[in-house]
Structure formats: structure tokens, C-alpha cells
Design a binder for this molecule. Structure first.
Ligand code: GLU
Length: 300
């Protein structure tokens, strides 16, 4: 099978963990996919810590994530970026979107919105007044936003119907993931996003933000999410323990198999960096299972 991305040094990929928990087998699999896809294309691979939600941050998680990535043989290019150091840029964009009328203040309470199950009914959309203590919502267009994922194919959403106006800055002043991710991917020159399929649903919102802000649209590849027997994302319900350095070789091989990639028995005793080097030369994105999730228990 030919590679789906022509080797080119123009490729910039990234891994963007949230330090709300340790790296686990699911995030390892997503990191591995983005790393191999970038390196097989001769590209750069950046690391960005998405630490913009201090209440959800787990003490020690940032350090543990970096240690695990190193122990598992990953090498990133340049300095890691921390989103917590970019708050001024995000806030400037929120303010500009408000001035331009693309976003508005919203002081609806959680309780008021409960019956609408995550779809914002637009109560504050036309309020047009200053409010203390308010979230900021982006006005979404009455239209479809879609893209062709390299693995999952066509994916479309009607933003107004399926999502509604969404929060870009929370009432407590914290910046929403959707905005920060779009601004940073553009700022860092990311051309290719490879991440877990749980974020497919967020992509049309991100495409709209890119279009609105005049930012380039990267290519996307959403790899299957590794789920627990109860259907939850790994690490979500139960805090996953940190990945152990001594398990690097078997877990990297397991992650490769989860991604549909070949392995060979000679790798059973290889060092993490040797496994990664081998896997880069054998990477074939078209072999990744074309599904949204894989049950961890069923992986070999
Ligand atoms: N920080 C997000 C997460 O850990 C990933 C963001 C992204 O890859 O776009 O789920």
C-alpha cells in the first residue's frame, strides 16, 4: 500500500494531551498514531500541553506525561508549548469576536439549560446587553460544516441544529478547548491532526472557527478510541494508573497492533526507540481500523 501522505518536510503534526490524568493506553495509541504519521512523512512532531482548565488538572500529571513520553521513546521537535502561557492571545480573539458580533455574552445557568441536553436554545443570542459574570458563546451559522477524514471518510454536522451556539470562554473566565485548539494549531503551523475519534464531533465547530478567523484547515485523521468494557473512554471514568516505563515494549507493540500495523517477534525484546524506528518505516495509515472505537479487552 502506498502511504496516504507524500513524504514531505512540510508536514507538521502534534500531540496535545490534557493533564487531567496520566497518559494511558488510549492516549498512548493516539500519540503513537500521530507520531508515526508525522515521522513517516518526514515531518515535524510538536508537543502541546493543553493546561487551560486548572480545576480539572491532576497534580503531577504534566510531569508524568512528559516522563512517560520520554520513557516510551517519543522525541518531539522544539520546546513544548503550554496553553496556560497563551491566555492573552485567546482572550484577545474572544474580545474581537464579541466586538464583531460573532460572539455574545450569556448568563444562562446550568439549570436553565439542563432540559436542552447540550444544545443551546439561544436564550441570550439577541439580548445585546452587557452582563457581569457571563460566558461568551459563538454564534453558529445555519449551515453544514463537513470534511473528509483520512480514515473515517465524510463527516458533516449542521452546526445550528446539532450543536447550537457554543461556549468559547466560560463564565469563570476559562477558555474553551474548541477555541484554544484552533488558535494553537494555526499558530504552530500544524498541517495534520491525528487524534482520537472522540473528537470527530468537535471538528465541524473547529472548521467553522478556522473559516471565521481566516485560518488554514489542516488534514484530519481520527483513530479509534480505546474503550473500557462499560463503553467509557479509558481514563475517563476511573483514573488510569500511569504507564510504567518497564511496560514500554509490550504496550507499544500492543498499540501498534491496535492501529492495524505489522509487528514482528524480533521486536519483543527491542528498546522503545527501536520499536518506533521500525514502526515509522512500516507505517501505513490505511491499515488503521476504520471504526470509532475499539474495546481494550478485545485487543491482543
Ligand atoms: N487535549 C485534547 C485531549 O487530550 C486533545 C486535543 C486535540 O487533539 O485536538 O483530549
Amino acid at each position: 500500500m502506498p502511504p496516504t501522505v507524500t513524504p514531505s518536510s512540510a508536514y507538521v503534526g502534534r500531540f496535545a494531551p490534557t493533564p487531567s490524568g496520566y497518559l494511558h493506553f488510549g492516549s498512548l495509541t493516539a500519540a503513537l498514531a500521530s507520531y508515526l504519521d508525522a515521522r513517516a512523512a518526514g515531518g515535524r512532531w510538536l508537543l502541546r500541553m493543553e493546561d487551560i482548565d486548572p480545576p480539572r488538572e491532576m497534580t503531577g500529571a504534566q510531569h508524568a506525561i512528559l516522563q512517560a513520553l520520554e520513557a516510551y521513546g517519543f522525541e518531539w521537535d522544539g520546546q513544548m508549548v503550554r496553553q496556560s502561557e497563551r491566555l492573552d492571545s485567546y482572550n484577545a480573539v474572544v474580545d474581537r469576536l464579541r466586538q464583531d458580533g460573532h460572539a455574545y455574552a450569556c448568563n444562562c445557568s446550568r439549570k436553565q439549560l439542563e432540559p436542552f441536553g447540550g444544545h443551546y436554545p439561544g436564550f441570550c443570542r439577541d439580548a445585546g446587553r452587557e452582563m457581569e459574570n457571563a460566558a461568551v458563546r459563538l454564534r453558529v451559522p445555519d449551515g453544514e460544516y463537513g470534511f473528509t477524514d483520512r480514515l473515517q471518510g465524510e463527516f458533516r454536522q449542521h452546526l445550528a441544529r446539532d450543536v447550537g451556539d457554543f461556549v468559547i470562554r466560560r463564565r469563570d473566565g476559562l477558555i474553551a478547548y474548541q477555541l484554544a485548539v484552533v488558535l494553537d494549531d494555526a499558530w504552530q503551523g500544524v498541517t495534520d491532526i491525528v487524534r482520537g475519534a472522540d473528537l470527530l464531533d468537535s471538528t465541524p465547530r473547529q472548521l467553522y472557527l478556522q473559516a471565521l478567523l481566516g485560518l488554514p484547515q489542516p488534514r484530519y485523521l481520527h483513530v479509534p478510541l480505546i474503550i473500557q468494557p462499560d463503553g467509557h473512554k479509558l481514563g475517563k471514568r476511573y483514573r488510569s494508573p500511569p504507564l510504567q516505563p518497564e511496560e514500554a515494549t509490550p504496550l507499544l507493540l500492543r498499540a501498534l497492533r491496535a492501529l492495524g500495523q505489522p509487528t514482528e517477534s524480533a521486536l519483543d525484546d527491542a528498546l522503545p526507540c527501536e520499536i518506533l524506528a521500525w514502526a515509522i518505516t512500516h507505517w501505513d495509515a490505511t491499515r488503521v481500523p476504520r471504526c470509532r472505537s475499539l474495546a481494550e479487552a478485545q485487543l491482543r
